[in-house]
Write a protein of this length. Structure first.
Length: 138
């Protein structure tokens, strides 16, 4: 074999080994990310929608209050609840959020999400339902 044949063989062998190591590295990183995400768990324990008077002229605006619990295996450095406000047709007409930091494992947090005109809602009378969505970061 000529010297350049050996060079081609060396490049393919090295590339193959590096390719395999790259695949292993990607698998390991993906596994760690999945493990990381699974350990960050926040659960809404309860929630309810009530109304508060605000604005001028005064109007009744919805407020969602409730409790969320860190059901994961690690402290959450950031936990949030975002409420999507829906009209009678099921369309999202605004959102509101609340957050807390350093939520220990098993700890329960009282959240409060209030609809405001600056949260995209022009008429509070259009709101008929809501959905509370959690977010968490370890």
């Amino acid at each position: 074999m000529k010297w350049w044949h050996w060079l081609i063989v060396a490049v393919f062998v090295t590339g193959g080994i590096l390719g395999i190591l790259g695949i292993v590295g990607v698998f390991r990183a993906t596994h760690e990310i999945v493990e990381y995400i699974e350990s960050a768990q926040l659960t809404v324990v309860d929630s309810k929608m009530t109304y508060e008077q605000q604005g001028y002229p005064p109007e009744q605006w919805p407020v969602v209050t409730g409790h969320a619990k860190n059901t994961g295996t690690r402290e959450l450095s950031y936990a949030s609840v975002t409420v999507k406000w829906y009209d009678v047709e099921g369309a999202v007409i605004g959102t509101s959020s609340d957050f807390t930091t350093n939520l220990a494992v098993g700890e329960i947090w009282a959240f409060r999400c209030k609809a405001y005109i600056w949260s995209g809602i022009e008429n509070p009378g259009l709101i008929v339902s809501y959905q509370a969505i959690v977010g968490a970061v370890i």
